[in-house]
Ligand binder design. Structure first.
Ligand SMILES: CC/C=C\C=C\CC(=O)SCCNC(=O)CCNC(=O)[C@H](O)C(C)(C)COP(=O)(O)OP(=O)(O)OC[C@H]1O[C@@H](n2cnc3c(N)ncnc32)[C@H](O)[C@@H]1OP(=O)(O)O
Length: 281
C-alpha cells in the first residue's frame, strides 16, 4: 500500500488499513488540551487528508488518559490573550481577537469541510473545544466511561467555535442543548447515546478503536465518488430547506452519475461481488 503520511508535532497520523487514516490528538501529557499550534495543525491535517487520494475515511481519537481537555487554558490565557491585550486601541484589539477566533473556528470546521467521512472515537472525557471538534465530525462513537462537557461558560466565555451552532442540530433537542451549554454539566456516555450525540458505546478504548476502524474500512471499500458526494449533500442539506438540498444534489449528480464508479458498483452488486475495486479519487 503506497501512502503519503503527513507528520505533525501534536497529531499522530497512521494508516491502519488501506484508505483509512487514523489521526490521534497527541499531547497526552496535557490531556490533549488544544493549543494554538495544535489548532493550526488540525486544519492542515484535515485539509491534506481531504486532498489525498490515498485517504477515503478518517478516524479521530485521543492518545493517553482522555480524548481532550478542551482549549489549552495556559496557552490561551498566558500567551494568546496577553499578546493581544498589549494593543491599546479597541478596534485593532478587536481585529486581532477576530483573527484568533476565526483561526480556531476554521480548525474545528476543517473536519466538516473535509470531503472524507470523519469518525470520532471518544474515550474518558471530551471537554470544551473537544465538543466543538467532535460535533464537526460525521460519526461519533465513545467508550462507556466517556463524558462530554460544554465547559465554556465555566471558564467565562460563550462558546464560539462550533458547539452552539452544531450541538442543537446533532442532538435534535434544543432544550437539552441549552441545558448542557448553560450548566456545563457532565453528559455521560449512556445519555449521549440516548440523545444521539453518539451512535455507539463500547466497553473500552481498545474495542472502540477496533470497531471504529472496522467501520471506516467498510466505508473505504465503497465508491469514493458516492461517499464524498453523500457527505457533501448531508452537510449542505443540514443547513438548507429540503428543496434546496434536492437542487444541490441534482446539480452534483448531473456530474457524478457520469462516473465509472456507478457502473462498477452496480455491476458488483448484481454479481454479489464484495471486493469491487474503485480507482483513486
Ligand atoms: C476563542 C476561544 C476558543 C475556544 C474555547 C474553548 C473553551 C474550552 O475548551 S473550555 C474547557 C477548558 N478545559 C477545562 O476547563 C478542563 C481543564 N482540565 C481539567 O479540569 C482536568 O485536567 C481534567 C480534565 C478534569 C482531568 O483532571 P486530572 O485527571 O486530575 O488531570 P490534571 O492533573 O488536572 O491534568 C494533567 C495535566 O494536563 C494539564 N491540563 C489539563 N487540562 C488542561 C487544559 N485545558 N489546558 C492546559 N493544560 C491542561 C494539567 O495542567 C496537567 O499538567 P501538568 O503539567 O501535569 O500539571
Amino acid at each position: 500500500m503506497s501512502t503519503n503520511i503527513p507528520s505533525f508535532n501534536h497529531l499522530k497520523v497512521s494508516v491502519p488499513k488501506e484508505f483509512v487514516y487514523h489521526v490521534e490528538l497527541n499531547r497526552s501529557d496535557k490531556l490533549n488540551a488544544i493549543n494554538k499550534a495544535m489548532f493550526m495543525e488540525i486544519t492542515s491535517c484535515f485539509d491534506a487528508l481531504g486532498q489525498s487520494e490515498d485517504c477515503r475515511v478518517i478516524v479521530l481519537s485521543g492518545s493517553g488518559k482522555i480524548f481532550c481537555a478542551g482549549i489549552d487554558l495556559i496557552d490561551f490565557s498566558q500567551k494568546s490573550l496577553p499578546s493581544i491585550a498589549q494593543v491599546e486601541d479597541p478596534a485593532r484589539k478587536a481585529k486581532l481577537l477576530s483573527e484568533l477566533i476565526k483561526l480556531y473556528q476554521e480548525s474545528m470546521s476543517s473536519l466538516e469541510i473535509c470531503n472524507k467521512p470523519v469518525l470520532a472515537a471518544i474515550h474518558g472525557a471530551c471537554i470544551g473545544a473537544g465538543v466543538d471538534l467532535v460535533t464537526s465530525a460525521d460519526i461519533r462513537h465513545c467508550t462507556k466511561d466517556a463524558y462530554f462537557s460544554v465547559k465554556e461558560a465555566d471558564v467565562g466565555l460563550a462558546a464560539d467555535i462550533g458547539s452552539l451552532q452544531r450541538l442543537p442540530k446533532v442532538l435534535g433537542s434544543d432544550s437539552l442543548a441549552r441545558e448542557l451549554c448553560f450548566t456545563c454539566r457532565k453528559f455521560p456516555a449512556q445519555e449521549a447515546l440516548n440523545s444521539g450525540l453518539v451512535s455507539k458505546v463500547y466497553e473500552d478504548k481498545e474495542k472502540m478503536i477496533d470497531g471504529v476502524i472496522s467501520m471506516a474500512e467498510e466505508i473505504s471499500k465503497k465508491s469514493p465518488v458516492a461517499i464524498q458526494t453523500t457527505k457533501a449533500s448531508l452537510v449542505y442539506s443540514r443547513d438548507h430547506s429540503v428543496q434546496e438540498g434536492l437542487n444541490h444534489i441534482a446539480l452534483l449528480n448531473q456530474l457524478m452519475l457520469q462516473s465509472e464508479d456507478l457502473v462498477t458498483a452496480a455491476t458488483g452488486q448484481m454479481m454479489k461481488d464484495k471486493n469491487v475495486i474503485f480507482s483513486k479519487l
